[in-house]
Design a protein around this ligand. Structure first.
Ligand code: SF4
Ligand code: F3S
Ligand code: FES
Length: 233
């Protein structure tokens, strides 16, 4: 079958404004959008720029807007998006070139919630034990691959890049509800500020966009509840 990829093109160093360029390709319905981007770059236009690494939905580097929805190009089959496919960079972050955005503001937000294990307890001789029930409490939010599909589909984030965004809250949730960690109060205080969870208006785009099917809006609700009640259930 013939597939037309209409791709956002922009080089801020040489172009006055962005434009779209169309490429026709011979494809199979089981090809992924990433396969076709590779074909364009390899055989039609070597100047096309996009990020990718693992090609198997693990590294999170190839998030882009495909027919208006945030997806990983390596997990999106032509069968599911049709033969006319529009590919654009994710929204809300500066475009560096074509489909590549500057991820630093996203990672700044991620780092701001202290997404690492914090404890004052002395180093144990063996591992820190945890019951299966306690581990299950934050199982869902351990699955994040930091692709940014959620944060860059959130209208509250588009409205203000000062909002830490759903990915940062997911990262905080993973540690807030880990009973071995001792910095939950510190993280809840950070997320109670004007840049935190109160900017979430339960729009759910984040949950719809997550390639790991993390229940993001639910996790945000749990963090909001912990802030308002002071209870980590
Ligand atoms: Fe990507 Fe989901 Fe993590 Fe958001 S929560 S960064 S959409 S994996
Ligand atoms: Fe945004 Fe998701 Fe909340 S889309 S408003 S973070 S539910
Ligand atoms: Fe790694 Fe798609 S290239 S997730």
């Amino acid at each position: 079958m013939e597939v037309t990829l209409k791709i956002f093109r922009y080089n801020p160093e040489t172009d006055k404004k962005p434009s779209y360029k169309s490429y026709k390709l011979d494809a199979n319905e089981m090809d992924r959008v990433l396969d076709l981007l590779e074909k364009v770059k390899g055989y039609q236009d070597g100047t096309l720029s996009f990020r990718r690494s693992c090609a198997h939905g693990i590294c999170g580097s190839d998030a882009m807007r495909i027919n208006g929805m945030n997806r990983l190009a390596c997990k999106t089959l032509i069968r599911d998006v049709g033969t006319r496919v529009t590919v654009e960079p994710i929204l809300g972050l500066p475009v560096l070139k074509d489909l590549i955005v500057d991820m630093e503001p996203f990672f700044d937000n991620f780092r701001s919630v202290k997404p690492w294990f914090i404890t004052a307890d002395p180093e144990p001789e063996k591992e820190r034990y945890q019951s299966p029930e306690a581990r299950a409490r934050f199982d869902d939010t351990t699955k994040c691959i930091l692709c940014a599909c959620c944060t860059t589909s959130c209208p509250s984030f588009w409205g203000s890049e000062k909002y830490v965004g759903p990915a940062a809250i997911v990262a905080a949730h993973r540690f807030i509800f880990d009973d071995r960690d001792q910095a939950a109060a510190e993280r809840l205080q950070i997320l109670n500020e004007a840049t935190g969870v109160h900017r979430c208006h339960t729009i759910f785009n984040c949950t719809m966009a997550c390639p790991r099917e993390i229940q993001i809006t639910k996790a945000i609700g749990e963090v909001k509840m912990a802030i308002s009640t002071g209870i980590l259930d």
